[in-house]
Design a protein around this ligand. Structure first.
Ligand SMILES: *[C@@H]1O[C@H](CO)[C@@H](O)[C@H](O)[C@H]1NC(C)=O
Ligand SMILES: *[C@@H]1O[C@H](CO)[C@@H](O)[C@H](O)[C@H]1NC(C)=O
Ligand SMILES: *[C@@H]1O[C@H](CO)[C@@H](O)[C@H](O)[C@H]1NC(C)=O
Ligand SMILES: *[C@@H]1O[C@H](CO)[C@@H](O)[C@H](O)[C@H]1NC(C)=O
Ligand SMILES: *[C@@H]1O[C@H](CO)[C@@H](O)[C@H](O)[C@H]1NC(C)=O
Ligand SMILES: *[C@@H]1O[C@H](CO)[C@@H](O)[C@H](O)[C@H]1NC(C)=O
Ligand SMILES: *[C@@H]1O[C@H](CO)[C@@H](O)[C@H](O)[C@H]1NC(C)=O
Ligand SMILES: *[C@@H]1O[C@H](CO)[C@@H](O)[C@H](O)[C@H]1NC(C)=O
Ligand SMILES: *[C@@H]1O[C@H](CO)[C@@H](O)[C@H](O)[C@H]1NC(C)=O
Ligand SMILES: *[C@@H]1O[C@H](CO)[C@@H](O)[C@H](O)[C@H]1NC(C)=O
Ligand SMILES: *[C@@H]1O[C@H](CO)[C@@H](O)[C@H](O)[C@H]1NC(C)=O
Ligand SMILES: *[C@@H]1O[C@H](CO)[C@@H](O)[C@H](O)[C@H]1NC(C)=O
Length: 409
């Protein structure tokens, strides 16, 4: 089985006893005796309410950042401020799954599991914000990868540390709390989309609506139909953008199925096609899947959707389909004044296509208290008046994007 490497690595100093059934340690004891988790232990010590919650919880999975994962963050002068405003507490709860997930239960199909982060300042996803977990390079030994906000990918370096109330997996990068749609679009260099949302006054709606899926066209996609966009009224542009949004369902890649048809915010449905390992929304190809945002998920597509087009996908054609007949390439009218990101922030989001195809092939595992279950129940989100909305947390959340993200800010 692929996980031999992790299980061997787990036999690190201080954890030997944790591996024996008789002496499964409490969470607190395991943290105390695991040298590579001393930073996390310190941080939890400064947040006794969280530690208490975790110690009293049952059946949890903790993705525990190693000392090196925390290194740059803990030395940051901003940590005091983030402690004070509650961001550290939010970040810690984002590392905990409600449900016990052992490494051998994680497959190449990504599963999206709810975490204990349900504070509406940071997430409006019903049931709590999620992380994605999947096995990458499984035929080659494999790494369990945890997908978090802004395209962050963290690898499990030591798996299956049993504690009395669950299991701990040590990860090499701190998870990133997902940002809202507009900040994520900017970080992903989707500046035309970000500008179009501003021009149509839809930014706040998408940033604060719970449980949404956004199909996000690239800048090139907007450019391809520049002539068609040049003369749109705000109402027409709004209708087109609304056709890119599913309201009330967070459609992670593993939840979309071939041949399904999903209603959009604008009304008419989009058709999902999965063919030859590729995923299409109408005739548009998904080129980056499962970018988590505070209210749901974003999938990047290679062309702008048209509610009036009957074009069907062509998997043999690499060039993006153009769903606006007669449109020609031209300047994007929405990008003036929109600041493009640095190459570094973009690189995390640039290439996640490998996750797309496999993501659609199998149902998520029940064991994960999977996001599909709450989506299926259609539970409505509780939203209390006056609750802070996820817009405020973004700067701080971005700060926690692991060493690579941070070092280059
Ligand atoms: C951890 O706990 C699980 C479930 O109880 C058990 O199957 C597994 O053998 C345990 N692992 C170790 C190393 O003790
Ligand atoms: C410990 O072992 C006993 C039997 O030897 C088993 O019944 C029990 O479930 C095990 N507990 C854990 C946590 O693995
Ligand atoms: C962990 O260490 C702290 C201080 O070092 C101590 O107060 C606490 O009792 C320890 N907890 C366990 C479960 O060993
Ligand atoms: C956790 O359990 C301890 C006793 O074991 C109790 O004092 C504390 O109030 C509990 N905390 C929570 C958040 O339930
Ligand atoms: C914890 O998980 C075990 C095994 O899946 C299950 O039998 C038990 O009911 C769960 N406990 C709680 C409190 O959810
Ligand atoms: C939610 O987060 C905000 C900002 O960090 C904090 O002020 C508030 O107390 C948190 N709410 C709860 C219920 O923890
Ligand atoms: C954890 O999941 C169980 C169902 O599996 C649910 O009853 C419980 O309320 C959840 N706890 C939290 C803190 O979300
Ligand atoms: C998790 O993995 C264990 C060991 O391979 C297996 O027995 C169990 O059925 C799996 N659970 C789920 C829900 O897939
Ligand atoms: C998968 O393998 C490729 C090529 O060896 C490597 O570049 C990539 O980092 C690996 N992915 C993970 C998540 O380990
Ligand atoms: C697993 O990830 C590590 C870096 O975190 C990398 O060095 C290693 O090559 C990866 N293994 C595979 C099989 O992709
Ligand atoms: C923008 O939308 C908000 C509600 O989302 C509304 O209050 C405001 O009047 C709108 N502004 C314009 C210029 O349409
Ligand atoms: C962002 O997109 C523009 C095209 O719209 C491109 O010129 C630029 O190189 C991209 N930036 C990055 C960091 O890829």
């Amino acid at each position: 089985m692929q996980f031999k490497t992790f299980l061997t690595a787990a036999a690190i100093a201080g954890l030997a006893s944790a591996q024996s059934n008789d002496t499964t340690p409490s969470l607190a004891a395991a943290l105390n005796s695991t040298s590579d988790l001393s930073s996390l232990n310190t941080l939890l010590g400064q947040n006794p309410d969280i530690l208490n919650t975790l110690a009293n919880a049952t059946n949890i999975t903790i993705f525990a950042p190693s000392n090196s994962a925390f290194e740059s963050i803990l030395n940051s002068p901003d940590v005091q401020a983030l402690q004070a405003d509650g961001t550290v507490a939010a970040l810690l709860t984002y590392h905990v799954l409600n449900g016990t997930v052992y490494a051998e239960n994680i497959t190449s199909t990504p599963t999206f599991a709810h975490t204990l982060l349900s504070n509406e300042t940071y997430s409006t996803v019903t049931g709590g914000q999620v992380v994605g977990v999947r096995l990458v390079n499984g035929t080659d030994g494999g790494n369990v990868t945890v997908i978090s906000g802004f395209g962050q990918r963290s690898n499990v370096v030591t798996a299956n540390v049993n504690v009395t109330n669950g299991v701990v997996h040590i990860i090499d990068q701190v998870l990133t709390i997902p940002g809202n749609v507009s900040s994520t679009a900017l970080a992903a260099n989707l500046t035309a989309l970000a500008g179009a949302l501003q021009a149509t006054n839809l930014t706040d709606t998408l940033d604060t609506t719970p449980d949404i899926t956004v199909f996000a066209p690239t800048n090139a996609a907007f450019e391809d139909i520049g002539s068609a966009l040049a003369n749109l009224t705000v109402e027409q542009a709004s209708a087109i953008l609304g056709y890119h949004v599913i309201n009330g369902t967070v459609a992670y890649s593993s939840l979309l199925s071939n041949g399904s048809s999903v209603d959009t915010l604008a009304g008419p449905p989009v058709n999902i096609t999965i063919e030859d390992g590729e995923v299409f929304v109408n005739s548009a190809r998904v080129i980056a899947a499962d970018i988590l945002v505070s209210g749901g998920v974003v999938h990047v597509i290679d062309s702008v959707l048209n509610p009036n087009s009957t074009l069907t996908p062509n998997p043999d054609e690499d060039e993006p389909a153009v769903a606006y007949s007669g449109a020609s390439s031209g300047a994007v009218p929405y990008t003036s004044g929109i600041t493009a990101p640095t190459a570094t922030t973009y690189s995390n989001l640039a290439s996640t296509t490998d996750a797309v195809a496999e993501g659609y092939t199998a149902a998520p595992s029940d064991a994960l208290n999977s996001a599909s279950e709450s989506a299926a129940t259609g539970a409505s989100s509780t939203s209390s008046a006056g609750a802070a909305m996820p817009t405020g947390a973004i700067g701080a959340a971005a700060l926690f994007g692991g060493a690579a993200w941070l070092a280059n800010l």
